[in-house]
Ligand binder design. Structure first.
Ligand SMILES: O=P(O)(O)OC[C@H]1O[C@H](OP(=O)(O)OP(=O)(O)O)[C@H](O)[C@@H]1O
Ligand SMILES: O=C(O)c1cc(=O)[nH]c(=O)[nH]1
Ligand SMILES: [Mg+2]
Length: 195
């Protein structure tokens, strides 16, 4: 799949939203990728995750465990793991901090890749990777469907993505006037999880 093919999947799923969005990081952006509109269609999800699995294999070789940050990472993590022949587990917030729960474990020597849906600042991915370092296994790297940081997000491990876009994101006190004029909506779930 080319970058355009992947973007076309998002576009035709109605997942490329324009307006005024407050992202999980608190940054404001005129664009939001509503990944759940992609993931509600299993056939579409299969197409993009098969392509991501191919990139992961090229970059990292065999993978035993895919670990994803909940909630957004769970569906693409599972589907990508299916194509890799790997297990799919996830971290979720416990008192606001990502942790492996539900009795999930990673065996000694397992080859681990973190799979995220979207990378903006990389904070969610870094938090996931930090929690994984407390467990056995070798972290080979990270992967995401769309890196909207334009390659600027530093996860501390190699990151492969299907699409790299440099989508503007602004601090709340630095909004361009045309963006400030629109009512802001906050589609993400980070606040919900910390309560
Ligand atoms: O790179 P970042 O600046 O961390 O932003 C990207 C993160 O934001 C979204 O998750 P969100 O926290 O909105 O929750 P969700 O996964 O439950 O949708 C998305 O799923 C990524 O995890
Ligand atoms: O940064 C985010 O919170 C974010 C951006 C985006 O485009 N899509 C998403 O689900 N989260
Ligand atoms: Mg997320």
């Amino acid at each position: 799949m080319t970058q355009n093919d992947v973007l076309e999947e998002f576009r035709s799923a109605g997942a490329l939203l324009e307006g005024h969005f407050v992202l999980s990081s608190g940054l404001h952006s005129p664009v939001f990728l509503q990944k759940m509109f992609v993931f509600q269609d299993p056939a579409r999800t299969e197409r993009v995750c098969r392509a991501l699995a191919q990139k992961i294999t090229e970059a990292f070789g065999t993978v035993d465990y895919v670990v994803s940050p909940a909630v957004g990472g769970i569906v693409p993590g599972y589907e990508t793991a299916r194509h890799l022949g790997a297990k799919a587990i996830f971290v979720e917030r416990e008192n606001g901090v990502f942790a492996l729960r539900r009795g999930f474990t990673i065996p000694e020597g397992a080859r681990v890749v973190m799979v995220e849906d979207i990378v903006t600042t990389g904070l969610s991915s870094r938090e996931c990777l930090t929690s994984l370092r407390e467990h056995p296994g070798t972290i080979l790297g990270a992967a995401c469907l769309i890196d909207r940081s334009g390659g600027k997000a530093d996860l501390g491990v190699p990151l492969v993505s299907l699409v790299q876009l440099d989508i503007p994101a602004y601090a709340p006190d630095q909004l361009p006037p045309d963006l400030a004029a629109l009512p802001a909506v906050k589609p993400g779930s980070r606040d919900l999880k910390s309560k």
